[in-house]
Design a protein around this ligand. Structure first.
Ligand code: ATP
Ligand code: MG
Length: 294
């Protein structure tokens, strides 16, 4: 199934998150049955990122948003763990610093957008400014309500400058969130992640849901779509996200740059002896070389 169509928020549509099954796993019974597919996309993702880097003509921006414990970190590990670090970076957006807060809300975001050839992953983003800021009233309605259009214009500008944008909302259920918090309590290596405010924020679940629905609905555009990813099952979430990233990169029809040198000429000039040897031994040498590459 093409998840890119299935999970994309249609521009202009009203999003109802309560109608999306967070535990959906398509035809797969469990992780084992999806493993081959996951590995295939993971491998392809690496090849395509290399191509994006080599081509150096466009960039990819992946935005991750979720409720707490929604799996942003895990998704980053899975998706980014397979990329060449030279061409990919992660940016986490926390409570704005004094300097950031003294600027417009997009100032810090713009500086982190990827240059051509690069992939950037945002762990939280400018959407916090229509989510947490709205839910907790950090700014008045007349300020946050204008931000949807500002965000769409901002993203359009990036897209017009050859940045491809994919935005993923990792959708978990309230029960799943509580289960994940409990798992953290039981794992000393994750105790540092626990904060009481995570529990307190649960009281605002419905307000966040409302804020997310409006952001997803108003800011899913033809140029920068939102996807609602069923994320109770971590492996299914990874499968869907990597498939969508792969499909998007495939659609760009990227190509390696033309070589700056004449390959034949360089071979003749610097590798004449090996080339002659190779021509003499024909297939034998080629096979040997291929084996060595493996
Ligand atoms: P984890 O999900 O692993 O807990 P995190 O992204 O939640 O990591 P934290 O340091 O726990 O990292 O939280 C970052 C906090 O920063 C969040 O509560 C988020 O709402 C807040 N934040 C991010 N951007 C803004 C913003 N523009 N205005 C106000 N708060 C923001
Ligand atoms: Mg947190």
């Amino acid at each position: 199934m093409k998840y890119i169509d299935r999970f994309m928020v249609k521009p202009g549509s009203a999003v109802r998150l309560d109608r999306v099954d967070a535990a959906f796993k398509d035809k797969h019974k469990d992780q084992a049955s999806a493993q081959d597919e996951i590995e295939r996309y993971t491998k392809r993702l690496r090849e395509l990122q290399y191509l994006l880097y080599a081509e150096g003509k466009r960039s990819l921006l992946i935005i991750l948003q979720a409720m707490d414990a929604g799996g942003k970190d895990g998704t980053i590990n899975h998706v980014l763990g397979n990329m060449n670090p030279q061409g990919a970076r992660v940016y986490g957006f926390k409570v704005p610093s004094a300097e950031e807060a003294a600027h417009d809300f997009l100032w810090r975001i713009h500086q982190a957008t990827p240059q051509r050839g690069q992939v950037a992953i945002f762990n939280r983003s400018h959407y916090e400014d229509v989510l947490v800021s709205r839910v907790h009233g950090f700014v008045p309605k007349k300020v946050w309500s204008k931000r949807y259009d500002l965000i769409n214009d901002f993203e359009k500008n990036l897209v017009d400058n050859n940045t491809h944008i994919l935005k993923f909302y990792l959708h978990i259920s309230e029960d799943e969130q509580l289960r994940r918090f409990k798992q953290r309590l039981d794992d000393p290596a994750r105790h540092w992640k626990i904060s009481e405010s995570d529990y307190e924020e649960r009281e605002y679940w419905d307000d966040y849901t409302k804020a997310f629905q409006e952001a997803l609905g108003r800011c899913s555009t033809g140029h920068a779509p939102w996807f609602v990813i069923p994320a109770n099952h971590k492996w299914f979430r990874n499968l869907v996200v990597s498939q969508i990233v792969v499909e998007t990169l495939e659609s760009l029809k990227m190509e390696f740059p033309k070589p700056a040198v004449d390959i034949k000429e360089v071979k003749e000039k610097y590798h004449k002896a090996e080339e002659e040897e190779a021509a003499k031994n024909g297939k034998k040498v080629r096979d040997k070389g291929r084996k060595k590459d493996k």
